[in-house]
Design a protein around this ligand. Structure first.
Ligand SMILES: [Fe+2]
Ligand SMILES: [Fe+2]
Length: 244
């Protein structure tokens, strides 16, 4: 079951509960002159996500499908979203394009972006940050300059079902989830990215799991990332693996 809410000017959160893990799964639609979808959801969720997009815009008018890294929840619907919309382009990091699309079965239009690249959507404007090894080698994040909205994919997530906007400090719960699941290999690349995000000072952070964080809520999460352990400690989805 997915629902769609406008979080701030033209930025819509499409949220799906109960997709097999105890976290929400969010995609973000930027509805403007050139509409963009930030991550797509998994392959089986495509019809639901498409239906939610269609409540706001004609999905055939999508201009960009943005994939911050290649995992099924971020990219599972990409082929169909790009195929339906004439002139739509897939945007991912240059590393992501090299690593995951060349030699794969994707033959649609793709643009690999680098740190600092900008894509104009009309009144919205996307600026890309390459954030390698924050969860994945090919990781990138997106800053929308007009609403000062930051899209960090799996950074700043919160466990369980969450409302569209979260003001509560769930920083410790976030770090506990990261340790149990084992999604970050090391803390350094994450903390370097956290420093960059703090300098950007976004008005909103829109994680792909949990709720969107208004600026005043972000500090608690940054503090938790700086103070709590969150990197891989030998557990993968809660299962202990040999460490030596
Ligand atoms: Fe991910
Ligand atoms: Fe994700």
């Amino acid at each position: 079951m997915s629902h769609i809410d406008e979080i701030c000017d033209g930025i819509y959160r499409i949220s799906t509960q109960a997709w097999g893990f105890p976290i929400t799964l969010n995609q973000f639609l930027i509805a403007g002159e050139l509409p963009a979808l930030i991550h797509t959801g998994t392959f089986p969720l495509y019809p639901e996500v498409r239906k939610a997009v269609a409540e706001v815009i004609n999905p055939a008018k999508l201009r960009y499908v943005v994939v911050p890294h290649f995992e099924s929840d971020e990219c599972g619907g990409m082929h169909r979203f790009v195929a339906e919309a004439d002139g739509a382009e897939l945007l991912c990091s240059e590393a992501g394009s090299l690593l995951n699309l060349s030699g794969w079965d994707y033959s649609g239009p793709v643009r690999g972006v680098r740190d600092g690249d900008v894509v104009e959507l009309g009144r919205h404007r996307l600026r890309f940050l390459e954030t390698p090894h924050v969860h994945h080698w090919d990781s990138m994040m997106i800053f929308e300059e007009t609403t000062r909205s930051f899209f960090p994919a799996d950074l700043f997530i919160q466990p369980e079902d969450q409302p569209p906007v979260v003001r509560e400090n769930l920083g410790k719960e976030m770090c506990r989830l990261y340790r149990e699941v084992g999604i970050f290999a090391a803390k350094e690349p994450v903390l370097q990215t956290v420093d960059r995000i703090e300098k950007i000072a976004p008005q909103w952070i829109h994680p792909m799991h949990g709720g969107s964080l208004p600026q005043e809520a972000v500090g608690g999460y940054i503090k938790a990332l700086r103070e709590e352990p969150f990197a891989y400690d030998g557990r993968l989805f809660g299962r202990a693996l040999p460490t030596h």
